[in-house]
Design a protein around this ligand. Structure first.
Ligand SMILES: [Fe+2]
Ligand SMILES: [Fe+2]
Length: 214
């Protein structure tokens, strides 16, 4: 699958600017500051969208799904209009995975399938968490703040908990309670989590490159 990196970046910036939130341009600069490579990073090494620009395209997919889910939910529950305001849905969905902007290091590996006995090399990535080993959702939330975006508490919580129970340390009663309270208090948490699942599991189903090599 090929991505149009320039068009996707323009769409990402346009969506963020449409929220009218302060700090969008600072955040965009931060996401691509030499240490962070959000606009060219893959979404994974061996799962969905494992090539340059995959993380950006995944973020846009999650945003598109989240906006459609929002319409669906508000059609049945119009009283959730405030909790699921469009700006918050865009910000939380677009930024939920920005923690991955600095973890992928391009490398080449020998393919398991040589061509006529001649070794073949494939482009892939190593994963390196050493820049800021904070965890997944937590790191994305902190990076949004570090990037200078004016972001709300419910947006931070939706980003922090977008993995729901998959992000819980085993037997952590306190964190389990925090997750449940965040979801009860802010419907945005569930919306972003659902949109992420739909995008990664369905929209991006069977989209990995070099499957036989990794
Ligand atoms: Fe994630
Ligand atoms: Fe994601």
């Amino acid at each position: 699958m090929d991505f149009n990196l320039k068009a996707d970046k323009a769409e990402f910036i346009q969506l963020l600017r449409s929220t009218g939130r302060e700090g969008v341009d600072d955040l965009v600069e931060y996401l691509d500051d030499g240490r962070n490579h959000f606009f060219t990073a893959p979404a994974s090494v061996s799962h969905h969208y494992n090539k340059d620009g995959g993380l950006l395209r995944h973020s846009l997919n999650v945003c598109q799904v989240a906006l459609k889910l929002r319409e669906l939910v508000l059609g049945m529950r119009p009283d959730l209009e405030f909790e699921l305001n469009e700006a918050s849905v865009i910000i939380a969905s677009l930024l939920h995975d920005i923690c991955k902007a600095d973890i992928y290091v391009p490398t080449r590996r020998k393919s398991k399938k040589p061509s006529n006995g001649i070794p073949v090399f494939v482009d892939t990535y190593n994963v390196d968490y050493s820049n800021f080993p904070m965890g997944h959702g937590e790191k994305s939330a902190i990076m949004a703040l570090w990037g200078g975006l004016d972001i709300t508490q419910e947006e931070l919580l939706a980003i922090r908990w977008h993995m729901t129970a998959w992000d819980l340390p085993f037997q952590s009663v306190e964190l389990t309670k925090c997750l449940n309270v965040a979801r009860d208090k802010h419907p945005l948490c569930s919306l972003v989590q659902l949109a992420d699942g739909v995008a990664a599991s369905l929209i991006e189903h069977n989209t990995k490159d070099n499957e036989e090599d990794l």
